[in-house]
Design a protein around this ligand. Sequence first.
Ligand SMILES: NC(=O)c1ccc[n+]([C@@H]2O[C@H](COP(=O)([O-])OP(=O)(O)OC[C@H]3O[C@@H](n4cnc5c(N)ncnc54)[C@H](O)[C@@H]3O)[C@@H](O)[C@H]2O)c1
Length: 264
Amino acid sequence: MSKLNGKVALITGAGAGIGAGIAKTYAKYGAKLCLVDASPIVEETAAKIHDAFGVEAIGVVADVSKADQLLDAAAKAKEKFGRIDVACCNAGVCRLSPFEEHSAEDLDLTINVNIKGAWNTCKAVIPYMLEQGGGAIVIASSVTGDIVVDPGEASYAMSKAALVGLTKALAVEYAARNIRVNCTQLGYARTPMTEKMALESCPEDPESVFTEMAKAIPMRRLANPTEVGELTAFLGSDEASYLTGSQVVIDGGSTLPETVSMGV
Ligand SMILES: NC(=O)c1ccc[n+]([C@@H]2O[C@H](COP(=O)([O-])OP(=O)(O)OC[C@H]3O[C@@H](n4cnc5c(N)ncnc54)[C@H](O)[C@@H]3O)[C@@H](O)[C@H]2O)c1
């Protein structure tokens, strides 16, 4: 029996990038899926995953920054599958710019999607989890903010560090009621988000951003979205039954080097 067999997972930001990688991995392990994304592409992603893995999957268009839309999405998952065992709060945005030029709009967007989006997702699923006697939540934080940061990432870093706080707060509050809450802290993966960031960082040669990034990572490569999916699947499964409030780094060793010159 596969580790997520029969479990129902609601995954936000599942239309593309890491979220689609998480969805594929959950499907591989037998989960039924409610895929949520602000983009209608999520319906296509759900159909492709259904065809490729033979699991039930629905796509729901919803903006995580809107609490009522998340309540509707969770209600659709409950109506279709009868329960929600796992929620992956993955939807996120990153707006790069020097701090003194960072607009109020970009700050609001980052807070609304990254922080309130996870908050709204947890609010929407926890009542079902309480009703059914438990569940698991996996929040996509990042190494950015809590551990490392690059210039221009102030609002993103702040939002991702805040998610570590949310993870711990909810883990403590719901531990005795059998809801586990953990977060992942990814280094870098190549996705539509990081391709846009690379283009903004170096419009004349965005590919060089990835090449240089890979050189600085001890494993000499970025993550694949399905590798993040594997960690997220473990944290959502019963195999992680004694893990709660944990922040798990998945970065190919990128946060390890102390210098770029010593011992090389
Ligand atoms: N890619 C990386 O290297 C990296 C590193 C660390 C953490 N993360 C985190 O992983 C998550 C996914 O990142 P990604 O690189 O796949 O991003 P992405 O931009 O490539 O994909 C994000 C998906 O979320 C959706 N989305 C955006 N705003 C939304 C909203 N308001 N409501 C619902 N859906 C929305 C988009 O439509 C898209 O399908 C984010 O939380 C990001 O911060 C990514």
